[in-house]
Structure formats: C-alpha cells, structure tokens
Ligand binder design. Structure first.
Ligand SMILES: Nc1ncnc2c1ncn2[C@@H]1O[C@H](COP(=O)(O)OP(=O)(O)OP(=O)(O)O)[C@@H](O)[C@H]1O
Ligand SMILES: [Mg+2]
Length: 217
C-alpha cells in the first residue's frame, strides 16, 4: 500500500541545528493541522532508546568499534522502521532527526567501513524504506563548533562526537556534501548558517511541493 505520509530525515554534522530545525518543522506541520510525528536515531522506540544509551555513552575503558556501532544503530533502526512505516501508512508525516545518511557518514566515511557493507546492512535493517526527502543542514564547521560551545554540554543532546574538533567537523561536512551529490533527488541542502526561521522557510518551500505531489498522486 502506498504511503500517505511523507518520510523526512534531517541530517548534518554536530551542532548545525538539526534538533532545533526538527522541532520547528513539527510545529509548522502542527500549525497547518497536518498529522506528524517527531522521532530520532539512534532511538525512536524503547529498545532503540536503550541502544542509544550504549551508543552514546560506551563504558569507560572500552572503545566501541565501527562495526559494533553499525550493528547497534542498525538493530535500533530495524525496530524503528516498523514504527515509521506504520505511521506513514496511516497518513502521519514522520520527521526523523538523523537516519541512514548518518550511518553512511559516521560508520563509513569516518569509521572506515566499506560502502558495500554499509549499504547491505542498511538495506537489510530498513527493508528498503528511504526518506522521501532529506534535509542536509549545512554550515561552516567553525559556526557549528561555536553553536555547540554555547549549548550546554551536559544536556541530553550533547554527544560524544561534540569534542571532535574542527577537522572532524570538516570531514562530516565533506561526507554529507558528497552524499548530497550522490542522491540529488532525495537530499536537499539547506544553508544552516541562516536564522532558525530562514532555515525553516527554505525547507518548507521544498516540503510544500512534496506535500502537493503526495496529495496529487
Ligand atoms: N539556525 C540557527 N541559528 C543560530 N543558532 C542555532 C540555529 N540552530 C540551532 N542553533 C543553536 O545551536 C545549538 C545546536 O543546535 P542543535 O542542538 O539543534 O544542533 P544539532 O545539529 O541537533 O546537534 P547534535 O548533532 O549534537 O544533535 C543550540 O544551542 C541551538 O539553539
Ligand atoms: Mg541534535
């Protein structure tokens, strides 16, 4: 059965504003009386949330391997996509803070796992579900770092990549940009150095077209 809801993922490096944008987008959809659900990865389900805790805070003294990370996020994702699919089928738009592109970037470009392995595990864990549109929030690493510095590092959204420094942020940006070139129909690059309102406006103008297409089909 065709999905009635749109599946939207939000991607980009640390501190570019994904979580703020995701919340703002949900508020905008709600204001338009459109059924929607906000979710995130890793997480999205109770099991996924438990896996997120392992992923984000591995015990001191033990390094988490990229392959372990791949299986952890993929296990959480498998649980999650069932819930996402259920919502899409019922006509709820799903906005997901990070999804498979983060796996491609963090476990692939940064972790060094092969594209072939990642794509096979992604395909198996998702059953082939892909976002209808992915917003890649793109901004200079220096700006993302300064935003992170301002954000309370003890909040729940702080994470273990935050301290990675400029070089990591440059690598993240390059890897997400490359994915944008690889999947130009799905991934839409948004200038995240703008104000939250302008970021939302730019994405919304893309989304209304997709919503229109979905309503027409
Ligand atoms: N467009 C924006 N302009 C200025 N500040 C912003 C903007 N978007 C987000 N911020 C601020 O930048 C900080 C990081 O934002 P946010 O937590 O949404 O980033 P994130 O991409 O979700 O980070 P992470 O990858 O760590 O989850 C927050 O303090 C937030 O208030
Ligand atoms: Mg966030």
């Amino acid at each position: 059965m065709a999905n009635l809801g749109l599946f939207v993922s939000v991607e980009g490096g640390e501190g570019v504003g994904k979580s703020v944008f995701t919340r703002n987008l949900i508020a905008k959809l709600e204001a338009a009386n459109l059924p929607c659900m906000m979710t995130r990865e890793p997480g999205g389900t109770l099991i996924g949330q438990q896996i997120r805790t392992i992923f984000m805070t591995p015990p001191d003294g033990e390094t988490i391997e990229p392959l372990t990370e791949l299986f952890l996020v993929s296990a959480a994702r498998h649980q999650h996509v069932l819930k996402i699919q259920d919502n899409l089928t019922r006509g709820t738009h799903v906005i997901c803070d990070r999804f498979t592109d983060s796996t491609r970037v963090y476990q692939g470009a940064i972790g060094g796992l092969s594209e072939d392995l990642i794509e096979r595990v992604v395909a198996t864990s998702t059953g082939g579900i892909e976002p209808d549109v992915t917003f890649f929030l793109d901004c200079p690493p220096e700006l993302a770092l300064s935003r992170l510095a301002q954000r309370d590092s003890l909040t729940e959204d702080g994470n273990r990549y935050d301290s990675g420094g400029l070089r990591l942020h440059q690598t993240l940006r390059g890897a997400f940009s490359e994915l944008g070139r690889k999947f130009p129909d799905r991934i839409k690059c948004i200038d995240a150095s703008q104000s939250p309102e302008a970021v939302l406006d730019q994405a919304w103008s893309i989304l209304v077209k997709k919503l229109g297409d979905a309503l027409d089909s």
